[in-house]
Design a protein around this ligand. Structure first.
Ligand code: AMP
Ligand code: TRP
Length: 336
C-alpha cells in the first residue's frame, strides 16, 4: 500500500445495537472491500451518536459492541484501520472548518435532519443540525475517495462533495477529493419487518420490526415468522414485487444474506408461499448471523482488548488525518 492507494472511509453510530440493516447495507460490504486495492478505514462515530442523548455507560458499551460486531463480521484490525471517532481530534477540528464552509440553506435540505427533528426542530441539539458537516470531516480528513453506505446516507455524501468543491473553489486549491458514495448490492435499504415502507432502524419502537445482530435463533425465527407479508405467493419476476414492499424486502434480505440477487432468489422460490419461504429465510439468517453473535460475545467478554484495538487504530488514523488537517489550517490562513 502506498500513499496513493485509494482510501475508503465509512462509519457507524454506536447508539443502541447493530441491526441486519447495518450488516447488509454497510458492514458486510466493508468486509468485502478489504484488500490490496484500497486502504480501508472504519470508524465507530461516537461524536455523531451524542447528537441525540446517550447515557454515558451505554455509549461506552455501544462503542465496544460496534467494534466487536465489526471484528466478528470480518473486519481485520490489521488490514483495516478500526477506531472510534472521538480519539482522533482532527475529525472535530475539521468539522469546525466545514461548519464555516457549508451553508445553512444546504443543511436545511437534509432529509435525515428533517425526519429526526420532526415537529420538534426548535428543541433538538445544534449538533444534530451540524451532523453532516462532521460526517464530511470524517471522510475528508483522510482524503477518502469512496464511501460505502446504505441508501439513506447518499444525501450526506453528496453534501460532502459540495463542501469539498466549495472549499477548493473558495481557497483556489485542488485539495479535497470529490468523494463517491458506493451504494451497491441487493440490500442497500433494508426495511422494517412490520411496515415495508419504513427503514429498519435501531431506534424503531418495537423490537419485532428489526433483526439485531445479537438476537438468538428462536428470536430471529419468530421475527421472520411474524414479519408482515401479503397473501400472494412469490412471483417469477421482480416487476411483480413492485407494489409488494414487504415481500420485496424479504427477498432482498435473502439475496443479501446469500450473496445472490433478488432475481435468482425468485427463480428458486417462484410459486412458494410464505410458509415455505419464511422458515428458509430464518434458517439462512441464523446460519449467517449466529457465528457472528457468538464471536461478538466472546470479544465483549474482554473489553480492555477491544479498547487496545481501538487505541491502536486511532494512532494509525491520526498519522493520516493530522497532516491533512495541518495543511487545511495552512490553506485557511490559521497561524501555527
Ligand atoms: P447508522 O446505524 O445510522 O450509523 O448507519 C450505519 C450504516 O448502516 C450506514 O451506512 C447506513 O446507511 C447503514 N444502514 C443503516 N440502516 C440501514 C438499513 N435499514 N438498510 C441498509 N443500510 C442501513
Ligand atoms: N451518518 C452515518 C449514518 O448514520 C454514519 C457516518 C458518520 C458515516 N460519518 C460517516 C458514514 C462517514 C460514512 C462516512 O449512518
Amino acid at each position: 500500500m502506498t500513499e496513493f492507494t485509494p482510501r475508503i472511509f465509512s462509519g457507524i453510530k454506536p447508539s443502541g445495537g447493530v441491526t441486519l440493516g447495518n450488516y447488509l447495507g454497510a458492514i458486510k460490504r466493508w468486509v468485502d472491500m478489504q484488500g490490496p486495492d484500497f486502504q480501508t478505514i472504519y470508524c465507530a462515530v461516537d461524536l455523531h451518536a451524542i447528537t441525540v442523548w446517550q447515557d454515558p455507560a451505554a455509549l461506552r458499551n455501544g462503542t465496544r459492541e460496534i467494534a466487536a460486531a465489526l471484528i466478528a463480521s470480518g473486519i481485520d484490525p490489521e488490514r483495516s484501520i478500526l477506531f472510534n471517532q472521538s480519539q482522533v481530534s482532527a475529525h472535530a477540528e475539521l468539522a469546525w472548518i466545514f461548519n464555516c464552509v457549508a451553508r445553512v440553506g444546504w443543511m436545511n435540505r437534509m432529509t435525515q435532519f428533517k425526519e429526526k427533528a420532526g415537529k420538534n426542530a426548535e428543541a433538538v441539539s445544534l449538533g444534530l443540525y451540524a451532523y453532516p458537516a462532521l460526517m464530511a470531516a470524517d471522510i475528508l480528513a483522510y482524503h477518502a475517495t469512496h464511501v460505502p453506505v446504505g441508501e439513506d446516507q447518499k444525501q450526506h455524501v453528496e453534501l460532502t462533495r459540495d463542501i469539498a468543491a466549495k472549499f477548493n473553489n473558495d481557497y483556489k486549491v485542488d485539495f479535497f477529493p470529490l468523494t463517491e458514495p458506493v451504494i451497491e448490492g441487493p440490500a442497500t435499504r433494508v426495511m422494517n419487518l412490520r411496515d415495508g415502507t419504513k427503514k429498519m432502524s435501531k431506534s424503531g419502537e418495537s423490537d419485532m420490526e428489526r433483526i439485531n445482530m445479537t438476537d438468538d435463533a428462536d428470536t430471529i425465527a419468530k421475527k421472520f415468522r411474524k414479519a408482515r407479508t401479503d397473501p400472494a405467493p412469490l412471483p417469477d419476476t421482480l416487476d411483480e414485487l413492485k407494489d409488494r414492499p414487504e415481500a420485496r424486502n424479504l427477498v432482498d434480505i435473502y439475496a443479501g444474506l446469500s450473496d445472490s440477487t433478488p432475481q435468482a432468489v425468485l427463480s428458486d422460490y417462484a410459486g412458494a408461499g410464505w410458509g415455505k419461504f419464511k422458515p428458509a429465510l430464518a434458517d439462512l439468517a441464523v446460519a449467517k448471523l449466529s457465528p457472528i453473535s457468538t464471536e461478538m460475545s466472546r470479544l465483549m467478554s474482554d473489553p480492555s482488548e477491544i479498547d487496545r484495538v481501538l487505541a491502536r487504530g486511532a494512532e494509525r488514523a491520526k498519522a493520516l488525518a493530522e497532516p491533512i488537517l495541518a495543511r487545511t489550517y495552512g490553506i485557511v490562513g490559521l497561524v501555527g
